[in-house]
Design a protein around this ligand. Structure first.
Ligand code: NAP
Length: 416
């Protein structure tokens, strides 16, 4: 099934991934679209492709190979299409289902909307999935970074990130302020900007379903629903209630609540049951520091998830190495979690770890576990050998500073 694109040339030696029986059907040479990204994206994407190609080649003796397909967004799209997010780019991701993406620039306080947010919304990539774990040897600010091993499922389409907001003084802001006063008798200062925070049963339950399914299929002990429901009762509080409701209704035989754990099982989880618990967001930010290993899979609305995933990554020293994916029912858009770090653009200097580990998640999603494990182990070895990029080198004793491309080469050399 050849797609019709004007400016994208799908590789001739590749075959599209398809959906069969509610699952991905992955050929040995899947077409995978790539958005290189702005700024440091250019350097880290080059290194990432080399590393992934080498791991796939070594793991499957040449029987499998990714057919990368360049697609365009951000600065690179301008000379090709005259716009930053061409419709063809979205069409290609929808067509080929699994894609890899570098960081894209977003202007602050004006200009065009975040391309990252737009991509997630137009393709309904409702779960932002961020695993955070410790790599031995990485300098970390806490005493026991090895206790961190969580996977955060952050709702990606709703909450204050839905993009429903109006600047102070606009017709819309004034109208809303007047409406709320006239209809509900609630006064809002007239010099206010207005934002809306929608959280739905649909958005919540599909996210929590993904998190619980993950916990069950990967034998993880618990899913923690993180919310600020004590204050925002009908959005965040409802997120918690709808989460528990879904766990009971759809996974009743495979889950128990934390209350049941204590009231019926004396605090010891029965074999094969995932514990569903909840924590208030502010408390969770300290719990993840003080009782790190009590947390595992986490399901949370958009804003909490944004804060929590960076806080978790910082705890293991790995902000520059934290991977991420934006997932829909089938589409997976795998991306570095950091930005374009413009001051380092094209200097062959930064850590490609975040993008490489995102590509590792992508390999797992394809079912290419052997290659995924090979890359992870090679990264571990490279870090233990202290051949690292500037960001880690400046925090390590006796480390050798290497460039982005050299770091990629070391990872490849360390693959066994
Ligand atoms: P940033 O690009 O993430 O960079 C902030 C700092 O983080 C860098 O100066 C650097 O710290 C460190 N850093 C980031 N990536 C690194 C890497 N790969 N290796 C080593 N260090 C790394 O954040 P920003 O400067 O706030 O944002 C720049 C642009 O990126 C903005 O337009 C923003 O909207 C966009 N952005 C895009 C995404 C995305 O595409 N998903 C995500 C976040 C931000 P040091 O200077 O201390 O070395």
């Amino acid at each position: 099934m050849a797609a019709k694109f004007k400016k994208i040339t799908p590789p001739k030696d590749g075959i599209p991934i398809t959906i069969a029986g509610n699952k991905l059907k992955v050929p040995n040479n899947p077409i995978i679209p790539v958005i290189e990204g702005d700024g440091i994206g250019r350097d880290i994407m080059k290194a990432t492709r080399r590393v992934i190609d080498a791991a796939v080649e070594k793991s499957y003796s040449g029987k499998k190979k990714i057919a990368w397909c360049d697609i365009y967004a951000g600065e690179a799209a301008m000379p090709v299409y005259g716009e930053v997010l061409p419709a063809e780019t979205i069409k290609a991701i929808k067509e080929y289902l699994v894609a890899l993406k570098g960081p894209l620039t977003t202007p602050i306080g004006g200009g065009f909307r975040s391309l990252n947010v737009t991509l997630r919304q137009v393709m309904d990539l409702y779960a932002c999935v961020r695993p955070v774990r410790y790599f031995p040897g990485v300098p970390a600010p806490v005493t026991h970074p090895e206790k961190m091993n969580v996977i955060i499922f952050r709702e990606n389409t709703e909450d204050v990130y839905a993009g429903i907001e109006w600047r102070k003084g606009t017709k819309e802001a004034k109208q809303l302020i007047k409406y709320i006063k006239d209809e509900f008798g609630i006064k809002i200062r007239t010099d206010s900007g207005i934002g809306i925070k929608p959280i739905s049963v649909t958005g919540t339950q599909r996210l929590v379903r993904k998190a619980i399914t993950y916990a069950i299929t990967h034998n993880r002990p618990s899913v923690t629903i993180v919310h600020k429901g004590n204050i925002m009762k009908y959005t965040e509080g409802a997120f918690r209630d709808w989460g528990y409701e879904l766990a009971k209704k759809e996974f009743g035989d495979k889950t128990i609540t934390e209350d049941e754990l204590w009231s019926k099982h004396n605090g010891k989880a029965p074999k094969g049951k995932v514990i569903i618990k909840d924590r208030i967001a502010d408390s969770m930010l300290q719990q993840i520091l003080t009782r790190t290993d009590e947390y595992d899979v986490i399901a949370t609305p958009n804003l909490n998830g944004d804060y929590l995933s960076d806080a978790c990554a910082a705890q293991v020293g790995g902000l520059g190495m934290a991977p991420g994916a934006n997932m829909g029912d089938f589409i997976g858009l795998f991306e570095a979690t950091h930005g374009t770090a413009p001051k380092y653009a094209d200097k062959d200097m930064v850590n490609p770890g975040s993008l490489i580990l995102s590509a590792v998640m992508m390999l797992e999603y394809l079912g290419w576990k052997e290659a995924a494990i090979m890359v992870e182990k090679a990264i571990e070895k490279t870090i233990i050998n202290k051949t690292v990029t500037y960001d880690l080198e400046r925090q390590m004793q006796g480390a050798t500073k290497v460039s982005t491309s050299e770091y990629g080469s070391w990872i490849i050399k360390n693959m066994i």
